[in-house]
Design a protein around this ligand. Sequence first.
Ligand code: ATP
Length: 237
Amino acid sequence: MLEVDSLTAGYGNTQVLHSISLRVEAGQSVCLIGANGAGKTTLLRCLAGLLRPSKGHIRVEGKDVALASASARLDHGVTLVPEGRRVFTPMSVRENLEMGAFRRLWPRRDRAVAADMDMVFELFPRLRERQSQIAGLLSGGEQQMLAIGRALMSRPRLLLLDEPSMGLAPKVVQEIFATIRRLNKEGMSILLAEQNANMALRSADWGYVIAEGEIVRQAESDALTRDPAVRAAYLGL
Ligand code: ATP
């Protein structure tokens, strides 16, 4: 589904990512764990087309999209749930979901959008109850549900999630991760960046560890969970 090869990127003269390579197979759930400032967000922004890499390749289903725009990435089936949710706070829940389907509503209206909104409401019943409410008044957990729902409205084949657990109560984190696992079971490929390594490794098939802009380890999630260096540095064990 996704192949990243020798990707280098940064901001101005500061290089943040140093020759990153990783893969997500179709239908696989992959996590990217790393400390604060390791480069997770920078990598996901490159994958979503929000930051242009200085070198390297990003292939989605075999096509090199490294220089494609963010909207073109959506057309390739790649959608980002950004760090900090970034919901449109003055707009209603329903309007936020419609924004996620923007590419499907204009210039021609895709009639399946209404059914997809229903699918999001089925996944997150709380959003259905609050569909007319202003998004800025939702709780943090509800805003995260809305950010995921908004992403689903573009019908992604690869969902990129940037720290969905950030700032949420453990019970809500459980709920969000259960939904991510369900989406993966239904066939969606997942790339999840998390500081909460424990939760991330429990829900993913494969894990990468990123430190100072480099991939320093990769293995099946179970193997990473047993790795003494990973346990000490990321699992607090
Ligand atoms: P966090 O979990 O804190 O979000 P992260 O692993 O996602 O961390 P990044 O946000 O990708 O890490 O940051 C990687 C490095 O890039 C950090 O040193 C950060 O200071 C720097 N950085 C991030 N965004 C910018 C920016 N817009 N301009 C300049 N430097 C930036």
